[in-house]
Design a protein around this ligand. Sequence first.
Ligand code: UD1
Ligand code: MG
Length: 458
Amino acid sequence: MNQRTCLSVILAAGEGTRMKSALPKVLHQIAGLPMVAHVVKAAEAAGASGVALVIGHGADEMRKTAAKFAPEAETFVQEKRLGTAHAVIAARAAISKGYDDVLVMFGDTPLIDAQALATARRKLAEGAAVAVIGFRPPNPAGYGRLIEQAGRLVAIREEKDCSEAEKKIGFCNAGMMAVAGAHALKLLDAVGNKNAKGEYYLTDIVEIAGAQGLDVVATEASFENALGINNRAELAQAEAIWQQRRRHEAMLSGVTLIAPETVYFSHDTEIGADTIVEPNVWFGPGVMVASGAKIHAFSHIEGATIASNCDVGPFARLRPGADLRNKAKVGNFCEVKQAVIEEGAKVNHLTYIGDARVGAGANIGAGTITCNYDGYSKFFTDIGEGAFIGSNSSLVAPVTIGNGGYIASGSVITETVPDDALAFGRARQKTIPGKGKELRERFASAAAAKKKAAGADH
Ligand code: UD1
Ligand code: MG
């Protein structure tokens, strides 16, 4: 089968009014990736080398998203929504290039897995002209019913066109199918629109192919594979299923999730074996975690790279460009953005490190802030190996702290600190014996006098 070429035609011209959104439906995201991009990924995983995206509503935004997430996809505009067969024909130019298999898919069915598609393609390799992906939903209402006779698929009847007896059939059309490229356009062009909705139904090609003596079969996929998204409740349902699948996969690949149902992954999260993730951790897009790391509870991580044996959180925020090298530590209420924390360096408490390098083995005291922004531009802070930054220091960028530099607590550092130097950036302490007591007495008698004066007013 691998030698057979395959085009995936993804239908995504619909508006998706039930999403109640300014954004086209298929651009809503699951695990940080637009659902149409999930569909493209599944098609490619099933061996599609060509992708034709049929768009209509929100065409400009759709093109932009396609360029970003699926640059290999060619877009075709379906000017009027006249039905699923009409939509597939919008990609005529791609289909007529002569692929062996044409996989028709829906942009709003993001959980379809490559396996279900590959099964349908295998039927074509075995000689079928059309292989329809069927499923058994808990409630079949609204779906097209698969009408089989003697193990062959003879028709798909849309609910609105079904007889009472046909409505009782539980085996339904998931919407997707594989069609032999040699027959595809001929079958599609023969579809008419004499049905309850007056649309050109893709599903009609089943009867048309049967009438021509071609072999038509149905395969069966799980309900999840066919879950179509029409509103935000279904979007959340699909997200939940996706997350559940991903957590399971992570655990089977050697990641410990103490409370898996509270950990959220993105479509591209990479996480190594023997990493432990505590409850309530969120991985946004672009995160790579190596093996043996500990991600403590309530950490929020995106666009970050975390090397082996790092320790992150609890309550850490790693933003894009955070690059933690081997054994680095970023502790509670710390934020790191666009900064390298080199091997074994520690940023443990209440700190902001942005646009910076923290050298290997450096220790950043509680409350340290890199002042990287003047309201207009961002500047870099370079902290050398083994430096020690005393608590509550402000490092005003651009600034360099040399290797082994030592910063006194509470400093505001604006100038270069050479290697192994000690820098104070604060006023020297002044201590006046007895002055505390004197002040206290003065304040107490002033308060008493005020109270007395207030009483006299009554
Ligand atoms: C379709 C199937 C039905 C199946 C169901 C599964 C047909 C005729 N019916 O019905 O048997 O059980 O899916 O969910 O195929 N689209 C276009 N242009 C159009 C029409 C549709 O791009 O002119 C796109 C939609 O955006 C959507 C997909 O095609 O992504 C399916 O269209 P939809 O109207 O949802 O079809 P259903 O009535 O759900
Ligand atoms: Mg639908």
